[in-house]
Design a protein around this ligand. Sequence first.
Ligand SMILES: *[C@@H]1O[C@H](CO)[C@@H](O)[C@H](O)[C@H]1NC(C)=O
Ligand SMILES: *[C@@H]1O[C@H](CO)[C@@H](O)[C@H](O)[C@H]1NC(C)=O
Ligand SMILES: *[C@@H]1O[C@H](CO)[C@@H](O)[C@H](O)[C@H]1NC(C)=O
Ligand SMILES: *[C@@H]1O[C@H](CO)[C@@H](O)[C@H](O)[C@H]1NC(C)=O
Length: 378
Amino acid sequence: MTVMMPQRHRAAAKKPMWIIVLLSMVCVVLIGTYVFPPRRYSKCYLFASSVCTPFKDWLPSMGQRERTDEEIISSVVIRDILSMPMPVSKNPKIALMFLTPGSLPFESLWEKFLQGHEGRYSIYVHASREKPVHTSSLFAGRDIHSDAVVWGLISMIDAEKRLLANALEDVDNQFFVLLSDSCVPLHSFDYVYNYLMGTNISFIDCFKDPGPHGTGRYSIEMFPEIDERDFRKGAQWFAVTRRHALMILADSLYYKKFKLYCKPAEGRNCIADEHYLPTLFNMVDPGGISNWSVTHVDWSEGKWHPRSYSAADVTYDLLKNITAIDENFHVTSDEKKLVMQKPCLWNGSKRPCYLFARKFNPEALDNLLKLFTSYTSV
Ligand SMILES: *[C@@H]1O[C@H](CO)[C@@H](O)[C@H](O)[C@H]1NC(C)=O
Ligand SMILES: *[C@@H]1O[C@H](CO)[C@@H](O)[C@H](O)[C@H]1NC(C)=O
Ligand SMILES: *[C@@H]1O[C@H](CO)[C@@H](O)[C@H](O)[C@H]1NC(C)=O
Ligand SMILES: *[C@@H]1O[C@H](CO)[C@@H](O)[C@H](O)[C@H]1NC(C)=O
């Protein structure tokens, strides 16, 4: 018995050694695969695809940085706004938010559009250059004024946020439509109201443009928080749900970033107007937006500015043609001039895309008033 004891001791001492050696080897293999991932997964760094997604979180943070406090705050606030229940209104209204340099040439047309629908809409006017003179009583007293706002610069987004904040004060406002002074309605009020209220997506234009008017304006120095693949373009004229209106107000991170890189001297080249909201929504709630704007505009002339309709252009045929469009087009600004054409899907079925149109010259008013009843009767 005294001889057996040391032998048992030696066997017991050997076992942990083997376990330690085995565990170390497993660790070396694991660390090895972590630092040098198998080549077939490496392309996940370059191309996000559904195949790569499961490995995304697992991969080492090559080129990834730790998030700043501001990024964490922004992401939790936006996440919770997207998932929390919204207040229910017994008397839902649409907020028509006019962003204009001064007076609105089409007040009488809007009055015709709104007649008989009191209590189902609210009007807000943000005049950036001069105090508007109102011709319609529906618009009188609806101004939000600011001396500090200069038309055409990033402050356009400041103006949009001020409009949203004022409109959000009224809990009955459920849909928020941004309109310009050159915008006109294309349908009856009931049609527009039901189109917007019958869906819970926001109508924000959004597409990927690899050309100089799109990702060509992107640089990693400008937006370290934004992956180049997430950078998007789209028209600034939106119609958003209450949830998304709140979300736009809650975002300070990306807003500040875009504001920083707006070059006031370049005026129209301010990248914020056409990139801030499409990029933000593409990152945080891509399935929650339509990817087209409900405000029609004609870029087919290929100029710096879209086509402007004169009085002579405004005919029943023109307006009927615009209201009948049920597919949206996007063209890239690179040499390929790639055309993307998609059906406008409303709650899953194809429907006309547009509720409003721009740009109409002020002298087109009389023709629009004359034709309004006929072109808006479906
Ligand atoms: C949307 O589509 C669903 C399923 O087709 C239907 O049940 C629902 O009533 C539609 N909603 C509206 C507002 O038309
Ligand atoms: C819209 O409503 C549908 C069902 O009614 C829901 O599945 C979907 O998540 C909602 N989308 C948003 C963006 O709230
Ligand atoms: C808008 O585009 C995104 C991808 O860019 C897509 O996930 C989303 O489903 C689209 N929205 C609709 C309503 O189709
Ligand atoms: C309306 O559309 C038709 C058919 O596409 C076209 O022939 C006509 O020129 C258009 N009219 C106007 C005024 O745009």
